[in-house]
Design a protein around this ligand. Structure first.
Ligand SMILES: [Zn+2]
Length: 490
């Protein structure tokens, strides 16, 4: 935003600031559900969730190779103890996927099942780079906060955030529903899959071969999270991912005469490749704004109030004043465009040999609404060189779910939990998760880990110091359980 447009906006906003912000309806928990909200001993249940997570982190499900059946067995032991029925189905030897369920009495369900979804595998960890006492498989409790929070207890281990944390909360939610004998109007299904971190093989397998056991209409999985000071200082924004970009992974190959490196000549493959990349990088596309951006801005603005609130609650002002700022942030920028990202090269030979073929690997991403085929056409048109060919490595479209949905409302409501300076709203994610497969089955799939972290803590995802605060696990359990009860209790 330049200073002139800022000034114009502020004077305009001041001129109009007599106008109140539009009223926003507040989601209300059904009476059938609220009686269970505080029927739990939250201190005890929170401690139990912490121990469940610690044990889960100690199970080695590092992918590759995954060994997710170990993680599924760990959960199964707890389910056995609580007499919750489950099945473990392997997509390949050792690659277990867990489906556990709580069903209403036969013939009494009035709604399709709710899926509590997670992945069991975790990414690799460079063990030697982790602190000794708090290693990736330790599940240790040790101080881990930043600044004023440095003495706060954290649970350490690979997967604390991505995503054994939410997996443990979902398991604990099943346990609480069972122990309290909550009368259900729908099945609640715990679905924990293998292989997410490499190829989504578990989710694909379960959706292809076991959909008859699931058939959920709504789900929660990883995706958004609460981030402190995300847009304005002092305010925490919980983003609930409602849509995800798709992929177009390509090998772009330039062809030309082979030759001697001492003699530059036109039309050689490496030069062609460089030209093609230049053309792709020079594209100046118009940003495509996903409707969730306006909705999130409006919710943030409404909570914040004042001139900022005035601007954020009006899409035309967001276009004029906020978009430029978003474009400067790489993660936010990625949600506004179909993208082309060069992630590697192949085909180089000795320094003095010009190869006849050289390739760039492209990680392309498409917004929901743009098909990978359409984006490939655009890329070819931009490159416009008959000596450049494209091979598709992998491609799938993006997709989204509406946020006008009772489960979305319940997740948002209980994340905020009436606290000032906290807001929750929908967002488009630049990456994709296993939720993509469920959305393709018509599920309203939401990406939401009910933890509240700082921007610095975001670096713990896949980092060498992954951890989550005990406080987050306890508050997260309460918020997830209440949201699930709101849409499942009879
Ligand atoms: Zn994950």
């Amino acid at each position: 935003m330049n200073s002139r447009s800022l000034l114009a906006a502020l004077s305009l906003a001041l001129l109009l600031s007599g106008c109140a912000l539009p009223e926003r309806p507040v989601a209300v928990s059904p009476a059938a559900a609220t009686r269970f909200h505080d029927a739990v001993d939250w201190s005890k249940a929170g401690d139990e969730a912490v121990e469940t997570l610690r044990g889960y982190l100690r199970v080695d499900t590092v992918n590759p190779p995954g060994n997710e059946t170990r993680g599924a067995r760990y959960m199964a032991d707890i389910l056995d103890r609580e007499k919750i029925p489950y099945a473990i189905v392997e997509s390949a030897p050792g690659r277990g996927n867990l489906i556990a369920r709580l069903d209403p009495p036969p013939g009494t369900a009035t709604e399709a099942p709710l899926c509590l979804f997670s992945h069991i595998d975790v990414v690799t960890a460079e063990v030697e780079k982790w602190p000794k006492e708090t290693g990736p498989l330790s599940g240790a409790i040790a101080p881990g906060g930043i600044g004023a929070d440095k003495d706060k207890p954290y649970i350490w281990g690979r997967g604390a955030l991505d995503m054994k944390g939410l997996g443990a909360l979902e398991l604990e939610t099943m346990v609480l529903l069972k122990r309290m004998n909550v009368p259900l109007k729908r099945s609640v299904i715990l679905l924990a899959v293998a292989g997410e971190e490499t190829d989504s093989s578990g989710a694909q397998f379960v959706v292809d071969h076991h959909w008859d056991k699931l058939q959920c209409s709504q789900s929660v999985n990883e995706g958004g999270i609460g981030i402190k000071d995300l847009l304005v200082p002092g305010q925490t924004v919980y983003t609930i991912s409602v849509a995800e970009k798709g992929t177009l992974w390509l090998k772009m190959t330039a062809h030309g005469e082979a030759g001697h490196g001492s003699t530059p000549a036109p039309g050689r493959a490496p030069d062609r490749l460089i030209m093609a990349i230049r053309k792709l990088k020079a594209r100046q596309d118009e940003p495509i704004i996903h409707p969730s951006l306006y909705e999130l801005a409006a919710r943030v603005g409404h909570e914040h109030g004042g001139i900022t609130g005035f601007v954020l609650t009006r899409p035309w002002l967001v276009d004029r004043l906020v978009l430029d700022q978003l474009m400067e942030n790489p993660a936010a920028r990625a949600t506004l465009f179909n993208t082309v990202n060069i992630t590697g090269f192949t085909g180089m030979k000795e320094p003095n040999v010009i190869p006849s073929e050289v390739s760039a690997i492209i990680d392309g991403r498409v917004l929901p609404g743009t098909s990978p085929e359409k984006w490939l056409e655009e890329i070819k048109k931009t490159v416009d060189d008959p000596n450049i060919t494209f091979a598709v490595i992998d491609a799938h479209g993006g997709n989204g779910s509406p946020w006008d949905d009772p489960f979305f409302d319940a997740l948002a409501k209980h994340a905020v939990d009436g606290r000032a300076g906290v807001v929750a709203g929908p967002a488009l994610s630049p990456g994709y998760t296993d939720s993509l497969f469920l959305r393709n089955k018509g599920v309203h799939a939401y990406g939401f880990v009910p933890f509240e972290i700082s921007k610095e803590e975001l670096a713990y995802f896949h980092g060498r110091d992954e951890r989550v605060s005990v406080e987050n696990v306890k508050r997260g359990l309460r918020s997830l359980f209440r949201a699930v009860v709101d849409v499942s209790a009879k």
